[in-house]
Design a binder for this molecule. Structure first.
Ligand code: MLT
Ligand code: ZN
Length: 469
């Protein structure tokens, strides 16, 4: 991807220094390295300049300067993304919002919170829960991921099964568009159908249309009780039967998380003892009023037993529950440490096709010889299929495997990404799922917001031809 010329960069740097003061404008390779990468497999790319924004006015200034000078700008919150969304592939400016961490308002009556983009998700959870409220989206990196990234990627998490994803909780946004215009879109009320739903468009637009400076989030009452169960199965396919049986028993758990045999082996190696006979685990959580959760717990247990579970265990206290979730939330880093290279996909298939997807994973493993493991949000059919390898020469085999995986997912009417976004990682596969007309329509929308293509260039859309076809 071409980088901006030296003259444009010099001009941008001096305009930024003038508008913001040099302390917010970072240059120099050492300091810029912190703004180069994310948690995906994509190589980091050094920007030419990073701006550490402290306010909406700073963000306006950056987008005005970028527009005036023709220098690309890539927004960045915590950098926890898994698709390369905040990697500045075109160089230029990284617009870092991690320092804008304020919770501007929590309104108990209206059940809303107003937050800045750098606020860490776990901190939002703690603050609203102290008020008896609840913000359900719970990306597993919640201890460090930030709301700006969550909104940009429409982040999900285990509780999406019952509660939905970030988009379901964003009522309105303050954003800045290229050129520096501030816009207030959406609303603060639960209902509202005035005009096009620009909020829904911007949530999940991967930082390619506008930069968020504030979000109005919908909250719900904090559930009174939470019950966490762990069910072990000899056969991974039995987990699909168990999920179907739960839904058949009219229970929608908050979470239904699956760990396959290879993932359980990784967990065992990390020091957690799991019954050796088990080749699959479900972590299931039900929440609500005490009387409801008791009934649901029994039904979930019955569904697992009927599907042939080896054992169904209920977390006895908060400490046990926390230990289980800590192990689950650590799966990404735990499995990352198992090999030199790792790709974690986040494909989604209709629930009834989870068994078929797992069979495809077995076929890919045999065909390519690459180590694979699968875990994720089985209730949603959203599974993290991971490829792990040590020898750089295996990249070609991984590419073959990815192609097989994505084609199988699209063939069963699934979707390429359920929560990590297209970013750089899946841009070349977009045409597998979406028609040329649909991709072109989205590019036209991009052109309306960003006619010069300067905001987060290189993301979502395939750069050369239709790579997947
Ligand atoms: C998860 O569910 O743990 C995250 O989405 C990250 C991942 O492992 O891919
Ligand atoms: Zn996930």
């Amino acid at each position: 991807m071409p980088r901006p010329g030296a003259a444009a960069l010099d001009r941008a740097k001096s305009l930024l220094d003038g508008a913001l003061g040099p302390s917010k404008v970072v240059t120099g390779e050492g300091a810029l390295a912190a703004f180069a990468g994310d948690e995906s497999e994509n190589d980091p790319v050094l920007p030419d300049i990073a701006v550490v924004a402290e306010s909406a006015d700073d963000i306006r200034a950056v987008l005005r300067v970028a527009s005036e000078t023709g220098v690309p700008v890539t927004p960045r919150a915590a950098g926890s993304g898994k698709s390369g969304g905040c990697i500045p592939v075109g160089g230029g400016i990284v617009l870092a919002t991690a320092g804008m961490k304020a919770i501007k308002e929590i309104d108990r009556n209206e059940q809303i919170a107003v937050v800045e983009p750098g606020l860490v998700l776990g901190d939002l959870h703690a603050a609203v829960e102290a008020e008896g409220l609840f913000y359900p989206p719970d990306a597993n990196s919640l201890s460090w991921c930030a709301l700006g990234g969550n909104v940009a990627e429409n982040a999900g998490g285990p509780r999406a099964f019952k509660y939905g994803t970030t988009r379901d909780y964003v009522l309105g946004l303050q954003v800045v568009t290229m050129g520096g215009e501030a816009l207030s879109i959406g609303r603060r009320t639960k209902k509202g159908v005035t005009g096009y739903d620009l909020t829904a468009l911007l949530v999940g637009s991967e930082g390619t249309l506008a930069v968020m400076t504030e979000a109005v989030l919908r909250l719900v009452p904090k559930p009174e009780t939470v019950v966490t169960l762990m069910a072990l199965f000899e056969d991974v396919y039995a987990t699909s039967r168990a999920v179907a049986a739960m839904l058949g028993a009219r229970v929608v758990p908050a979470c239904v998380e699956l760990l396959d045999r290879a993932t359980l082996d990784a967990v065992r190696r990390a020091g957690v003892s799991v019954d050796e006979r088990a080749s699959a685990m479900l972590i299931i959580e039900v929440d609500g009023a005490e009387v409801t959760t008791e009934l649901e717990m029994e039904r979930v247990g019955g569904a697992c037993d009927a599907a042939g579970a080896l054992a169904v265990l209920v977390a006895q206290d908060v400490a046990q529950r926390d230990r289980l979730w800590a192990a689950r939330r650590a799966l990404s880093p735990t499995t990352r440490a198992m090999a030199k290279y790792k790709v974690s996909e986040d494909v989604v298939v209709p629930r009834a096709k989870i068994g078929a997807l797992l069979e495809t994973v077995d076929v890919i493993r045999e065909t390519t010889g690459v180590s694979m493991l699968t875990y994720g949000h089985a209730g949603d059919g959203n599974l993290h299929v991971n490829f792990l390898w040590n020898d750089p020469a295996q990249v070609a085999d991984v590419r073959v495997g990815l192609d097989m995986l994505f084609r199988a997912v699209v063939d069963c009417r699934g979707t390429l990404t359920g929560e990590h976004g297209v970013g750089l990682s899946k841009a070349s596969y977009l045409p597998l799922e979406q028609s040329r007309a649909v991709i072109d329509l989205q590019k036209q929308l991009k052109g309306v917001f960003d006619p010069k293509g300067l905001l987060n260039p290189g993301k979502i859309f395939p750069r050369v031809g239709h790579g997947g076809c």
